[in-house]
Design a protein around this ligand. Structure first.
Ligand code: TRP
Length: 337
């Protein structure tokens, strides 16, 4: 793995929490793949972040591996980018500790996500939950990252990472690149199939509301057939037709067509026929990914090898930064023999 000096450094991470939906696929996973050629990409499975909410240890272990396999199945190429587990690079925890000493409790308790999660997990408001943004800042700053693609829910966390970087640079001396965030454009927001006014979510109680990357062809087609639409029966977008508009968006993205092309293609055809077509085009894309992921998961030696190689490169890069940080804050380093 060689970085190209002319390209910027891009860092992103994802938490292994549940099976992604087609919304997550289009909004996040696909971007990781699309950005690989343009940047020096460093991608991490944020398993340490996952410890901030209660989870069965065996589920966390399985889901971490699963997400790694999924990213590879989707086209993230370990030859082109650094792909690793956050917990395999001790510098993430080490830098978090140092950054904690220049971060204030008030800044953390103000974070929208901390407030939301404190309400949702009221029985487990732990220090890690509060410190989550500092660990995220450490993730980013360790690699002298120029650019961080993020979902809009992570904007506040990126802002605090920039504040912390500036604060450290001002207090000691320039050490960290101050990263820019960017919110990738997704063709459309993917909405729930049962309540098209709300975003599709993997934690929806109604399984028919989302298409997960684990669904098989029959399930996908059945869920689309049951999707909530209006009674108009004309395949055309409209503000008063959120259900069919959502299906048209999904079809257009997966079939690589414009909205107009899709409307023309289904001119004079009813919702029944269109829903099956949406199911088929989505299944054509998703099912091979699922099969490839399952194939990769069976090859544990291959996955371990990728993880070890990824961690090796990540450790090399991260340790350069942590050595600099330790020196700047005044931690004594013995001379090497
Ligand atoms: N908190 C991010 C999320 O839940 C995941 C994450 C962890 C991350 N560390 C990061 C994203 C660093 C970007 C950069 O989506």
């Amino acid at each position: 793995m060689q970085f190209d000096k002319d390209k910027k450094i891009l860092f992103s991470a994802a938490q292994p929490s549940g099976i992604p939906t087609i919304g997550n696929y289009l909004g996040a996973i696909k971007n990781w793949v699309d950005l690989q050629d343009e940047y020096n990409c460093i991608y991490s499975i944020a398993d340490l972040h996952c410890l901030t909410v209660k989870r069965e240890p065996k589920d966390l272990r399985r889901q971490s591996l699963d997400l790694l396999a999924l990213y590879i199945a989707c086209g993230v190429n370990p030859e082109k980018c650094v792909l690793f587990m956050q917990s395999h690079v001790p510098a993430h925890a080490e830098l978090t500790w140092v950054l904690n000493t220049i971060t204030y409790p008030g800044e953390m308790t103000r974070m929208t996500q901390f407030k939301d999660k404190s309400l949702r997990h009221a029985d487990n408001v732990n220090m890690g939950l509060m410190d989550y943004p500092v660990l995220m800042a450490a993730d980013i700053l360790l690699y002298q990252t120029d650019i961080v693609p993020i979902g809009s829910d992570q904007k506040q966390h990126l802002e605090i990472a920039r504040d912390i970087a500036n604060r450290f640079n001002n207090r000691y001396s320039p050490t960290f690149v101050v990263p820019d965030g960017y919110i990738p454009k997704v063709g459309a927001r993917i909405m729930s199939l049962q309540d098209p006014l709300h975003k599709m979510s993997k934690s929806d109680d109604n399984e028919n509301a989302f298409i997960s990357l684990e669904d098989d062809r029959d399930t996908i087609i059945r869920k689309f057939k049951r999707a909530v639409t209006d009674s108009d029966n004309t395949v055309a977008v409209g503000e008063d037709k959120p259900g069919i508009t959502n299906l048209i968006n999904i079809y257009s993205i997966f079939a690589n067509k414009t909205i107009e092309e899709t409307q023309r293609e289904f001119d004079g055809k009813g919702y029944g026929e269109f829903k099956v077509a949406v199911g088929e085009v989505v299944a054509d894309k998703i099912v091979p990914i699922k099969e490839e992921k399952e194939r990769i998961l069976k090859d544990k030696a291959y996955l371990d090898d990728i993880m070890i190689k990824g961690a090796e490169t990540a450790n090399y890069l991260a340790n350069k930064t942590i050595a600099k940080v330790y020196r700047k804050v005044g931690l004594y380093t013995p001379d090497k023999k």
